[in-house]
Design a protein around this ligand. Structure first.
Ligand code: NCD
Ligand code: ZN
Length: 334
């Protein structure tokens, strides 16, 4: 039995920290476990210009020196292909595409991928990764990721050199698409899609703190996601999709989609890898494959995680985390 493991400090390749001043609290929580975080641009208003992206980055750096922000911009239909050059100069790692209405703060999202072909061509040229919330909101909830896959297949044919990340994959079909695609296509996997199934969300009483997009799917989907995560295939790496909403926005009649997981996602992932007897693949999934895919060097700092129980707080700064008040088996060794 392994009781302690030292790995390169992880990267979170999908993180929501919202706007300042609240962002400071969330980035502080993330800095405990993560060396770098790819911060999502669906703030209100969105990060949709190089100037806003640079300003956001500076605010993050000023508020926490321990964690390095990796930057993204939101792809809007008003975006021009010349802007892509400026985003590259400003240091953007990804452009994030949200289909219109698919999730939190996406009413300004995209309706027609074809209209964006000049943008995709420019991103391919500039070597900016296209990061996609891959769901089709026009079909029924549990079919949305599956329905988006033909669009992705077309995109990968039309832009074979464009790097694409299908974010927070949630289904058997999503995993199959990644496995069948080229090395330019990869996927992030969250802790919550690895840990839970729809039964935890609403098989009994509905738990709004497990409500997110894409929705947590079936036990069968979860099994395939777990197998992909522990497989050692570099096309699958960690992105928490930690997405804080204050308690009153979750515990109400129109609960917002998003799960706050950053303070406890790593212990959850460790437990799953340990259960599979795949602790040896943990470092690649959390701290290796994502950096490799993005052409970043792996981090030099390390963390040690030990088998020691702790209780997840009921709230972090007014946000109820995933697994609030529950006991976890793995802790950060200080
Ligand atoms: C995210 C959020 O709250 O910003 N919500 C979610 O359910 N995952 C947006 C997103 O990544 O879909
Ligand atoms: Zn997200």
């Amino acid at each position: 039995m392994i009781n302690e493991i030292t790995i390169i400090k992880p990267d979170d390749f999908h993180l929501h920290i919202r706007d300042f001043p609240d962002a400071e609290k969330y980035i502080n929580d993330s800095s405990i476990w993560f060396s770098r975080a790819l911060v999502m641009p669906n703030t209100l208003p969105p990060i949709d210009t190089p100037e806003k992206m640079i300003a956001y980055k500076k605010q993050i750096e000023a508020s926490n020196e321990k964690i390095e922000p990796l930057m993204s911009f939101k792809i809007l239909s008003s975006l021009k292909s010349v802007d892509i050059i400026n985003f590259k100069k400003a240091g953007a790692l990804i452009g994030k595409l949200y289909p219109k209405g698919v999730t939190t703060n996406s009413s300004d999202g995209i309706e027609n991928l074809r209209e964006l072909y000049p943008i995709f061509a420019a991103m391919e040229n500039q070597k900016i990764t296209l990061s996609i919330h891959g769901e089709d909101p026009s079909v029924s909830l549990f079919q949305r990721e599956k329905a988006f896959i033909p669009k992705l297949e077309q995109l990968t044919k039309d832009f074979p050199n464009l790097k694409i990340v299908l974010e927070h994959i949630s289904t058997i079909e999503g995993v199959a698409f990644i496995l069948s695609s080229s090395d330019n296509v990869a996927a992030t996997i969250t802790a919550h899609h690895l840990l839970f199934s729809v039964d935890d969300l609403m098989g009994g009483p509905f738990n709004p703190h497990l409500f997110c997009k894409p929705i947590i799917q079936t036990v069968e989907d979860r099994g395939v996601l777990r197998a992909a995560a522990v497989s050692g295939n570099p096309k699958f790496f960690f992105g928490s999709d930690s997405a804080p909403h204050i308690k009153s926005k979750k515990e109400c009649s129109t609960s917002a989609a998003g799960i706050y997981s950053a303070p406890l996602a790593i212990p959850v992932v460790v437990e799953i890898f340990d259960n599979y007897g795949k602790i040896n693949q943990l470092e690649n999934f959390l701290s290796g494959f994502g950096a490799d895919f993005y052409g970043l060097s792996r981090n030099s700092d390390k963390i040690t995680i030990k088998r020691k129980k702790w209780k997840v707080p009921s709230e972090y700064h007014g946000v109820v985390p995933m697994l609030a008040n529950r006991e976890l088996n793995w802790s950060l060794k200080k």
